[in-house]
Design a protein around this ligand. Structure first.
Ligand code: ADP
Length: 762
């Protein structure tokens, strides 16, 4: 009886390398093996496909062990001239058929994806040509009439249509913000000006978001050249005025492909010259270059790549013969499929528009969020705000924090204050949360009071968990009245939401509360209703994965199991997503609880694994996963029942998760939410009956939810905890972290202990 041959999948990384490619390769290989496919790495991208021979190698479960946290790509990448020609592609098809591969996942940028689309289109003709040339038999050709192709967006530039983010862009932004943060401190010490050149030939995403996130003073991006022919004058004027107003440093961020309205390249050297001549001071150029591609991928990139890699294999399995290739991307935290050809065409349309100097079209093609970020940046980089319009009604708006500190709170306050002041409003900061509001500790803030706040962690205004009770309402109303507050923005966590809801409910008795109220989600726990993500959660996630990476490295020589406890209160987001990003074998979530049966099964897994040569195991437990099966209980149980086979250590990460400078993602989210909050307060303040809302990001869009719905939506979140979007990643984590022996003779279970064996690409 003929045995049906397993599907064979080829995977390659191509074009510029991007951090996160390894995580994608790992997810693809393990998911495919789990679904009984055979997986082949095609080393050095299309070049390896053309060269064949030992460039194509079968991978097993362990081949992709220990690579999740590594930058670059272990299967190598290259640019291949040969593949651009038809004879080169004919040779590539011959290589694939030699290995029986007719399923392909390509991870790369615009050029690589175009190449993949071309390969799909030409496949039948190239196969027929190989038959004509007697290089393959008609039977072989008949077995492989089509190739199934799936593309993943791998590019640090974030320039691919069909996904909110490309693999590597978030990590590149980490490198940029770290560099600009570091430069700012030295620049401030010497009152210097730096020109920082970042990557992005046709796409200014890194320059735009890098400038927005780091609080830079000017940015030059390809799709939106500076307006007018005297922009040099204006740029220098802004920097000069900024200095006079008290800014000690000046940072100009320029994308490598920046140009003026006439299409002339604006090099960093040219900008340096302009600044030196007109400002009469020493200007330094820093070209970040390949540093932006390097280093360990961020939590976001690891998880994006993992989720996309898993989905790519599912797409291959679901494809019917001849299915047109698609790009798998992520939009609003959900998987999105786009026909590959359409994605390539739209991506190229932006480049073409810039080349034709049709900058409006380029900006339109980049989408609404990009345009909004650009417009916000234009305000935030101003040296000083626009003067209020004569006769303008100037609203008095207050900002307050509540709850535990969350990295990004300062960034949000900075954006709110500057955007408000720029519109002519008067902005007030409340110190120390509701305690300060009760005590009347409130002060007016101006443009420069938030100078330098974008990158700093903690909460400069102060925050605490004090929730006002009914007896405090009178004092709060008096503070509002004394300062004539006409709108309140609360940036904080659940205790702040509850407090604002109480004020809202007390409006009948306290007319001072009848002002627009906004709750802006800021907590590392990511447990707030009405928002897929809250400010601070991404920074906490990155702090956790850095700690877990270090913990893993600390245990190279012994047999050891770590039980790592992370924060999150009753929300397992941090545990689940850090588990996914570090390859933890098990996560314990409050949404699922823990049973004795679970613990027994996990213990059995540990004993089996360590008996078969495992050296390290990592379990991640949310602080509230179970009230009695605590981290300490679990550690003792595993140690006692392991009977000396392995050591157990507990690592309670604690407050390091609430600290640290906000990640670029948190800074960008904070700025975006604050911009919407100010827009809302200004629009509502003039109305007779003022709305109150809690805001958030839902499937990628900023939404305002009526405060009246808070209890209902909060109940819904706690009653239906399993409906949160990130819980969909649980099956992925389960597949990828399972022990290898499941797949036959390979021993040494588990992810963290495995160095990559044959994955060097050499
Ligand atoms: P990226 O994928 O990062 O955009 P490139 O544009 O250099 O990087 O493309 C990577 C590889 O993809 C190229 O070296 C080439 O092998 C292949 N490729 C790019 N454009 C084409 C094309 N027009 N036709 C065929 N192959 C292409």
């Amino acid at each position: 009886m003929a045995v049906e041959q397993a599907k064979r999948l080829g995977v390659l990384t191509s074009g510029g390398d991007a951090p996160g490619m390894n995580a994608a390769v790992r997810a693809i290989v393990r998911t495919a093996l789990d679904r009984n496919m055979e997986v082949y790495a095609i080393y050095e991208g299309y070049q390896g496909m053309v060269e064949g021979e030992n460039r194509v190698r079968k991978l097993n479960w362990d081949s992709v062990g220990g690579i999740l946290q590594r930058g670059g790509t272990i299967i190598g990448t290259a640019r291949s001239e040969a593949f651009r020609s038809r004879p080169g592609r004919l040779q590539a098809v011959s290589t694939l058929l030699e290995h029986g591969i007719d399923n392909l996942i390509v991870i790369g940028g615009d050029g690589s994806l175009y190449g993949a689309s071309l390969l799909y289109q030409e496949w039948p003709a190239l196969v027929a040509e190989l038959v004509t040339q007697d290089r393959i038999s008609a039977e072989v050709a008949a077995r492989h009439p089509h190739i199934t192709v799936v593309g993943l967006p791998g590019s640090i530039d974030n320039d691919i249509f069909g996904t909110d983010m490309t693999i590597g862009a978030d990590t590149a932004l980490h490198r940029i913000t770290q560099a600009v943060d570091a430069l700012s401190s030295t620049a401030a010490s010497h009152q210097r000006t730096f020109v920082v050149e970042v990557m992005g030939r046709h796409c200014g995403y890194l320059a735009l978001m890098g400038a927005l996130a780091s609080g830079a003073d000017w940015a030059l991006i390809p799709s939106s050249p500076p307006a007018g022919d005297n922009w040099e004058e204006r740029m220098c004027e802004v920097l000069k005025t900024g200095r006079a107003a008290g800014r000690r440093d000046s940072i100009v961020v320029v994308a490598e492909g920046a140009c003026d309205r006439h299409g002339h390249r604006l090099t960093s050297e040219y900008i340096k010259k302009v600044l030196e001549e007109r400002l009469d001071e020493d200007v330094r150029v820093i070209i970040l270059g390949h540093i932006q591609r390097g280093g360990s991928p961020s939590a976001f990139d690891r998880n994006l790549s993992t989720i996309l890699g898993y989905a790519a294999v599912e797409e291959i399995l679901a494809a019917v013969p001849g299915s047109a290739p698609c790009l798998i991307g992520m939009r609003g935290n959900r998987i999105a499929r786009t026909p590959l050809q359409h994605s390539v065409e739209q991506t190229r349309a932006v480049t073409a528009a810039i080349e034709e100097q049709d900058f409006d079209k380029a900006m339109t093609l980049r989408g609404h969020n990009y345009q909004a970020a650009f417009s916000t940046l234009r305000t935030l980089v101003r040296a000083l705000p626009h003067a209020p319009t004569p006769g303008q009604k100037r609203l008095r708006l207050a900002v307050i924090h509540a709850g535990a500190p969350a990295p990004g709170m300062n960034t949000a306050v900075r954006a709110a204050v500057r955007l408000g002041v720029d519109q002519g409003q008067r902005m007030f900061g409340v110190r120390n949360g509701f305690q300060g509001l009760i005590a009347g500790d409130i002060h007016e803030m101006n443009w420069m009071s938030v100078n330098g706040w974008a990158p700093i962690g903690g909460a400069e205004l102060g925050t605490n968990r004090k929730t006002p009770s009914g007896k405090d309402f009178y004092a709060i109303a008096r503070t509002f009245e004394e300062h004539e507050i006409q709108g309140l923005l609360m940036i904080g966590g659940w205790s702040g939401y509850e407090a604002i809801y109480q004020l809202f409910r007390a409006r009948d008795n306290f007319p001072a509360f009848n002002i627009p109220l906004v709750c802006l989600p800021a907590t590392i726990d990511n447990d707030l209703p009405g928002s897929d993500l809250s400010i601070g959660a991404d920074t906490a996630l990155n702090s956790i994965i850095e700690a877990v990476d270090k913990i893993k490295q600390s245990a190279v020589a012994s047999r050891r199991c770590f039980v790592v406890e992370v924060m999150g209160r009753n929300c397992g987001y941090l545990a689940q997503m850090s588990g996914l990003a570090t390859g933890a074998e098990r996560v314990y979530l409050p949404e699922e609880g823990v049973t004795l049966n679970n613990l027994q099964a996990d213990l059995a897994m540990l004993i089996d694994g360590f008996r078969h040569g495992k050296r390290l195991s990592v379990m991640i437990r949310n602080e509230n996963a179970h009230p009695l099966y605590t981290t300490s209980f679990m550690s003792t149980l595993f140690a006692e029942e392991g009977k000396g086979l392995f050591d157990v250590r507990q690592a309670i990460l604690g407050h390091l998760q609430q600290g640290g400078n906000p990640t670029p993602f948190d800074r960008i989210l904070a700025t975006r939410l604050a911009a919407t909050a100010i827009e809302f307060l200004v629009a509502e303040a003039g109305k007779a009956s003022q709305a109150a809302v809690f805001m958030g990001l839902q499937t990628g869009q900023v939404q305002l939810n009526n405060l009246e719905d808070l209890p209902r939506m909060a109940d819904l979140t706690s009653q239906r905890p399993k409906e949160q979007w990130w819980l969909d990643t649980r099956p992925i984590a389960r597949v990828l972290s399972q022990p290898a022996p499941h797949f036959g003779a390979q021993e040494n279970a588990g992810e963290p202990d495995q160095p990559s064996h044959d994955g060097s690409g050499a």
